[in-house]
Design a protein around this ligand. Structure first.
Ligand SMILES: O=C(O)CCC(=O)C(=O)O
Ligand SMILES: [Fe+2]
Length: 197
């Protein structure tokens, strides 16, 4: 593991820290390859304004308890942590000294897969959720915008092996998204570790 120079994004009303090289290149390469196969990827349907669509990415939910995760119209029931997902969880927990119960995993198959503007502010995450978001594979842009102060927005590239730690008021005051890109790019895995009672 590397854990080099964390960067505080210094966002108003939020607490966001980016660790560009949280995992070494070798470990990131190896976890990326294994997690593509080890994770129970599915494409869920989502209903927006009464219309049902397939989500523009694959997802899976893992937890060390039986609590389901509900967001939008989707209810996800947990798989058990194992393999390199468990190794990733252990590495983060040791470094951050925070224990997570759950992980929502995302697989962006190419540049047309995406994750629209949202905040992870579901009730079951509690007040001021702590979310540790790991990226493996293709680099993608991550956008932030303040919910109230329209002058406040920023973007960063989430690198292979990086960790983005969001806490404090981040989910209360900001939204984030992974926009689509027309560039020809490969797959990206994102693992968002969360605490769900
Ligand atoms: O893919 C990412 O980096 C973000 C994923 C995300 O925002 C989420 O799962 O809530
Ligand atoms: Fe999110």
């Amino acid at each position: 593991m590397l854990f080099e120079n964390p960067i505080n994004l210094n966002l108003k009303d939020a607490d966001v820290v980016y660790y560009p090289n949280f995992f070494s290149r070798d470990i990131a390469d190896s976890f990326f390859a294994s997690l593509l196969n080890q994770i129970n990827w599915k494409q869920d349907k989502i209903t927006v304004y009464g219309k049902t669509h397939l989500q523009p990415r694959l997802t899976a939910f893992y937890a060390n308890n039986s609590s389901a995760y509900k967001y939008s119209t989707i209810i996800m029931h947990p798989n058990a942590f194992s393999g390199d997902l468990l190794k990733t969880k252990n590495a983060i927990e040791t470094r951050l000294n925070i224990n997570f119960t759950s992980c929502l995993a995302n697989l962006y198959r190419d540049g047309l897969d995406s994750n629209g503007w949202h905040a992870d502010d579901e009730k079951e995450l509690g007040k001021n959720p702590i979310i540790a978001s790991v990226s493996f594979g293709a680099e993608r842009l991550f956008h932030f915008k303040h919910k109230l102060d329209k002058t406040q927005k920023t973007k960063l590239i989430l690198q292979h092996g990086s960790l983005l730690l969001m806490q404090g008021g981040t989910q209360t005051y900001w939204q984030h998204q992974i926009p689509k890109t027309r560039k020809t790019i490969g797959k990206r895995i994102n693992l968002t570790f969360r605490i769900i009672a």
